[in-house]
Design a protein. Sequence first.
Length: 76
Amino acid sequence: MADYQMQKTIGTFFRSKTDKLRGTVRILGSWYDYKVVDGQPEAGSMLEVTDFTSRELLVVVNNEKTESEVNYIDNF
């Protein structure tokens, strides 16, 4: 069940709250740990979920995305 939920997060993106390489984000009603695997995040950077492990989502910095796109998730 967890793999299915994590697969649904692939392709979603959100704004980073900090410049740290690890953090927590709420996507589709569930909290997930994430790790930036490509790029250096800054506060406000756009992060895109590209893959996952058994423990966390793997994200990349992708500032070409915008909040107006359908897969944007508001990071509370």
